[in-house]
Design a protein around this ligand. Structure first.
Ligand code: NAD
Ligand code: ZN
Length: 235
């Protein structure tokens, strides 16, 4: 349980060349989000969904973390267990920047899940087509390990548990359409919001500091505030 919680969304990885989906009118890399990110879409066309995540996984191999990912990693190393890092992102850019123990609320592109036994395993940047069976039970019923609209998200409980001890919440790059980040901010003593622009889904008045700018330019300011919090107990 940590005093500082850094909660990130697709906007964090935007400057690394991974597109967000709300910024492109409900499209994620030219695909209708509900076709490739919902249970209905999955039941309608399984191959299409698996192919979509194959492409995202392959694409992510050549993406590099940006200054905001590195700032988060630095804070994680400097303040250890006092900082928790939770992301809605399915890419591995926080890990590439050196972050440890990141909670991926919606799963990870690099992992597959066996539908028979639930076994999870890392396939790197390979295609699901190259993985013949589950290494644990040998079933061929494999799928992406990413939460779709209409499915439970088991890690949300971890987020809620973390929030009970959070004094400073740092939100970077999320439209708040999926997670009610302003409600979370209302539970915590201090909060920081960084998005490119105002989102209708977020009541920004609740936040102690707001930065409407790129995550890479906000990062040094956010870093100073986190350090100030650890020095003085305030931001
Ligand atoms: P979103 O697409 O709904 O919203 C993106 C937010 O980021 C917006 O508020 C926008 O103002 C902000 N933003 C855009 N560029 C920015 C920048 N350079 N710096 C700072 N902020 C910037 O994102 P979401 O709330 O994370 O929801 C999208 C869902 O889709 C997530 O749950 C995630 O699972 C999935 N997704 C993941 C990725 C990824 O892993 N990189 C990419 C797209 C979508
Ligand atoms: Zn299995």
């Amino acid at each position: 349980m940590s005093k500082v919680l850094i909660l990130t969304g697709a906007g964090l990885s935007a400057e690394s060349g991974i597109r967000t989906f709300r910024d492109s009118n409900g499209l994620w890399e030219e695909h209708d989000v509900m076709e490739v990110c919902s249970v209905e879409g999955w039941l309608r066309d399984r191959e299409k969904v698996l192919h979509f995540y194959d492409m995202r996984r392959k694409d992510s191999e050549h993406k590099d973390p940006n200054a905001a990912h590195f700032m988060i990693a630095e804070m994680g190393h400097k303040f250890g267990k006092e900082v928790s890092i939770i992301t809605q992102n399915v890419d591995d850019l926080l890990e590439k920047a050196g972050c440890e123990n990141v909670i991926h609320l919606h799963g990870k592109l690099r992992e597959l899940r066996c539908e028979m036994c639930g076994h999870l395993f890392d396939i790197g940047y390979r295609s699901i087509k190259d993985i013949p069976e589950c290494p644990s039970c040998k079933s061929q019923a494999l799928r992406h390990h990413i939460v779709m609209f209409g499915e439970p998200a088991p890690f949300y409980q971890k987020l809620y548990n973390e929030l009970t001890s959070t004094e400073l919440l740092v939100v970077i790059g999320t439209s708040g359409e999926v997670l009610p980040v302003d409600q979370f901010a209302s539970y915590t003593k201090y909060s920081i919001l960084n998005n490119l622009e105002h989102s209708m889904a977020i009541n920004h008045m609740i936040f102690t500091h707001t930065f409407y700018e790129k995550a890479t330019t906000a990062a040094p300011k956010i870093k100073k505030l986190i350090e100030k919090y650890f020095e003085t107990g305030k931001v």
